[in-house]
Design a protein around this ligand. Structure first.
Ligand SMILES: [Zn+2]
Length: 236
């Protein structure tokens, strides 16, 4: 198992860890600050730093083959670290922080557009949600205005844990039809934005929605019968 340090503190930019396995160009660690691709949020990039000073570029982070592990994909080049070796970890913070702001912005926007969410994705410069809704009901100005009004409330976000049974009793919490929360671990992580949003999410978020700053709607388009796509970017 890899201890997921970003779960408790999404603002950790560096850490030290021990190498557990090296396989197929990827390094598995006993703990990590690197978020692995999932829930529409890209895997982190950055560096693993060896004692000899070598900086190994992490070009992507994915969930490992072994359940509960994280695989850090390393760019070809310098020698890979040894199993048991201690390494420094450093994520590309500007990229990750953009993911955190956009990801949290999508939570807020999902409360402005009242419709089931059928998909979602973010990158460092834009994010999108797909809704099962009539295209004519999506208005860019109204969505941007409503989202920015909520962001201006500047409320702190909270992480809440509930049991599988509690989630079963409250199916309305699962807004994103394409991303079912992971079950079986006995407990599920929720993101709560007080008086705005509450839903299962394992991603990384900003501590206060004021950090989003504000959003603009880039475009709205038809991506299929149940997929009306709203694409947003951070303002400024
Ligand atoms: Zn989230």
């Amino acid at each position: 198992m890899t201890e997921l340090l970003f779960r408790d503190d999404a603002y950790l930019k560096t850490a030290t860890a021990r190498v557990v396995a090296v396989q197929d160009g990827a390094v598995t660690l006993d703990r990590t600050v690197f978020y692995p691709l999932g829930g529409g949020q890209p895997g982190d990039t950055g560096f693993l730093i060896r004692d000899n000073g070598d900086r190994l570029a992490v070009i992507d982070t994915r969930k490992g083959v072994e359940p509960g592990t994280v695989a850090h994909r390393i760019a070809p080049g310098p020698a890979m670290p040894e199993v048991g070796e201690a390494v420094g970890l450093e994520i590309d913070w500007d990229r990750r922080y953009a993911h955190m702001r956009l990801h949290t912005a999508l939570h807020v926007m999902s409360c402005v557009v009242v419709a089931p969410v059928t998909g979602g994705n973010i990158s460092a410069d834009k994010g999108r949600l797909d809704f099962d809704i009539d295209l004519a009901l999506l208005d860019a100005d109204r969505i941007a205005g409503g989202t920015n009004e909520l962001i201006a409330r500047a409320v702190p976000t909270e992480t809440v844990w509930i049991t599988d049974e509690e989630l079963d009793a409250r199916p309305e919490l699962v807004k994103t039809m394409s991303v079912q929360p992971p079950r079986g671990a006995g407990r599920i992580r929720l993101l709560r934005i007080p008086d705005i949003d509450l839903q299962p999410c394992g991603g990384t978020h900003v501590a206060n929605i004021a950090e989003i700053g504000g959003i603009t709607v880039l475009r709205i388009r038809n991506e299929g019968k149940r997929n009306k796509r709203v694409e947003i970017a951070l303002k400024g």
